[in-house]
Structure formats: C-alpha cells, structure tokens
Design a protein around this ligand. Sequence first.
Ligand SMILES: NC(=O)c1ccc[n+]([C@@H]2O[C@H](COP(=O)([O-])OP(=O)(O)OC[C@H]3O[C@@H](n4cnc5c(N)ncnc54)[C@H](O)[C@@H]3O)[C@@H](O)[C@H]2O)c1
Length: 367
Amino acid sequence: MNVGCVKEIKKLESRVGLTPSAVREYVNAGHRVLIETNAGAMSGFPDADYQKAGAVILEKAEQVWSQADMIVKVKEPLAPEYKFFRDGLILYTYLHLAANEELTKELLKTKVKGVAYETIVTEDGGLPCLKPMSEVAGRLAIIEGAKRLEKPFGGSGILLSGVPGVDRGNVVIVGAGVVGENALKMAVGLEANVIVLDINLKKLTYLDELYGNRITTLYSTADNIEKSLEKADLVVSGVLLPGAMAPKLIKRAYYKTMRPGSVIVDVAIDQGGSTEVSKATYHDDPVFVVDGINHYCVANMPGAVPRTSTIALNNATIRYGLAIANMGIETACKAHKAIKAGVNTYDGKCTCKGVADAFGLPFVELA
Ligand SMILES: NC(=O)c1ccc[n+]([C@@H]2O[C@H](COP(=O)([O-])OP(=O)(O)OC[C@H]3O[C@@H](n4cnc5c(N)ncnc54)[C@H](O)[C@@H]3O)[C@@H](O)[C@H]2O)c1
C-alpha cells in the first residue's frame, strides 16, 4: 500500500501523523511511504530522518494525497483539503465528525473510508488513541497552571511547592480520569496539597490506595466542589461525560472566595468546558480573566509539546495503521473490532452511530 503523510494545516498545529520510526515499521512491512516535505519539522523530525527510514519525500501535499492509498494525519482535514478526497481513499486521523457536518458530508459524498482515532474502542471500553493526548494534557495542565500562577503572568504569585517555612499551594482536580490522574501525578510531584474529586468511587479508592495521605479524595458534589475551591490556587478540570457536553460544575459564584490571580485550567474545554465562562483559546493567547481568575482553555493542549505528543500518538496509532495497511481495511475490520469501531464513513455510508444520530443520517453497520 502507498501510505502518505502531509503537513498539518490547522492553526498552530505542530504535530505530524507519522514519525520516522513509524515510517520504518511501514517500510519494513513492505509499504511505500510518501511524506510531504517538512511535514515533521515542527515536531523535530527533518526530512532526512524520514528518508533514512525509507520514505519518499514529495514537494507538495497534493502529490501525497493523490498517490497515497491511505493518508495518516493528526487533525481532521480542513476545507482546502476536501478537493483531495476520492473514492476508496483511506483517511486515518482524528475526525470528530459528530461536531462537523460539513466534513461528514464531504467524506460521504466522495466515498472516503474515514477511520477516526477517537472512535477506536478496545473490548474493555478503552480509547487507545485518545489516551496519550489526555496523558499529555493532564501533565501539561499543572505545568501551565503553575506558570500562570507567577506574577509576571498575571498570577497570584504562589509557588505550588512552597518552601520550608511557607505553605504549599492548593491544587484541586475535578475528574480523576486519564487527564485527572496525570495532573495528580505532576501536582504530587511538585509537593502541592491536592484534592481530587470524582463521582467514580472505584477511581477514588484506587488513588487513595496509591497516594495515601499525600492527597485528599472527595466525592464530587456541588458542596464538595464549592468548599474545595475556597482555598484553591490551581484548579484543573478533566471531567468527561462520554458523548455529551461537559457539565458546568465550576460555578462563577465560587470565584468570590478564591484568591485573585488563581488559575483554572479547563482541559475539558473541547467538550464545552466545565466553568460557566469557559471559551476555547489558542496557544498564542491562552488565558482570559473573569472576576480576577485566570482561565486557561486551550482546546489542543498537546500541540504545545508536539514532539512528545507526536511520538505518544504514533505509539498508539501504529498498531491499527499497520493492520489496515497489511490486510486492507475490510479484513482489518474483521480481525480487529477496535478498527471496525473506528470506521466512521465507508463507501458513502455513515458507519458510526453517534455521527449518524448527530445529523439524522441513516446508520449502516459495517459488515
Ligand atoms: N484540551 C485539550 O487539549 C484536551 C486534551 C486531551 C483531553 N481533553 C479532554 O479532557 C476531558 C477528560 O478526558 P479523559 O481522557 O481524562 O476522560 P476520562 O473519561 O478518562 O475521565 C473523565 C472523568 O470525569 C469523571 N466525571 C464525570 N462526571 C463527573 C462529575 N460530575 N464530577 C467529577 N468527575 C466526573 C469520570 O468519572 C471520569 O473519571 C475530555 O473532555 C477530553 O476530550 C482535552
């Protein structure tokens, strides 16, 4: 199969669909890999590394799109890329179609076989291609939050670790999923005081056993959130209700008791956010202030650390990508239920129930 990878064109997106190391895996399996020149430059992978791994470098994106049987990307294609869609092309990337009717219709019209990273589901219900990005975002949330607490960044001037003789900072983490657990790991590493809230008691039990008296776990109720926020210097939200908008658990009324310059990192912004005032921001202007509280609401946090994110993403996507390239998509779907779940569009039909329901399209289950 000809496997292609183009440079991402979304604003400030620096990740790339294939690392040189992933290219080597495809080439070793007998595939031809086509890379647009400079596709990996922002992630620290020069063309020479791809050539060494056996890829062919092409000057223009259109050459890659037209010669490839499968395109491996990071973000959903944007309008200028729709012209490259064609019958039978396999598109393997994050698609987020339920929020994008225009792209869904283009993929259906042109009969592209669209495989979405975010709907690849393992038998235990895990989302293997989403997990690494939540790991990155959770860890980054504490780094970004700690930075925004600094006075020159408009923060309250708190060092989360404190120093001998001075109080530690208080971190409140709402949602103890992948984002929450990774934020927790970093906050504990910085020796901050940490409260974690979730409605999943199993997760709270696990964290309680793991960290003992180094953290406080609380069941997530309005009461507990309000009380926890009273003294919070940094709040991280990683709440998720699968397939729904994030609940607005962090009320503006709670800000009254918080110290001005405190920070809320709303990682759940990609599902609408967890505060009443959250709105998506970009890396070039990531923070806005409401009632003296700094809100960091970047919807693609992993894009800030593209090298780590690209490698982490490839670690997760290579297995399924190789299976598709080796077997062809139809056989790969039969061999791996996870891949079948990832197929959102096939031969002009919508094969993902969530997407079909979102736009009133007929849902056709892949055979
Ligand atoms: N902004 C970014 O760049 C970025 C990057 C990665 C992930 N995300 C987003 O972060 C969110 C969390 O992702 P995840 O992988 O950690 O999800 P996850 O499913 O692993 O965790 C979500 C957690 O929220 C908990 N939860 C649900 N309702 C709650 C409530 N009322 N109070 C407290 N906790 C509650 C769940 O029990 C679960 O533990 C998602 O919306 C995801 O898309 C954003």
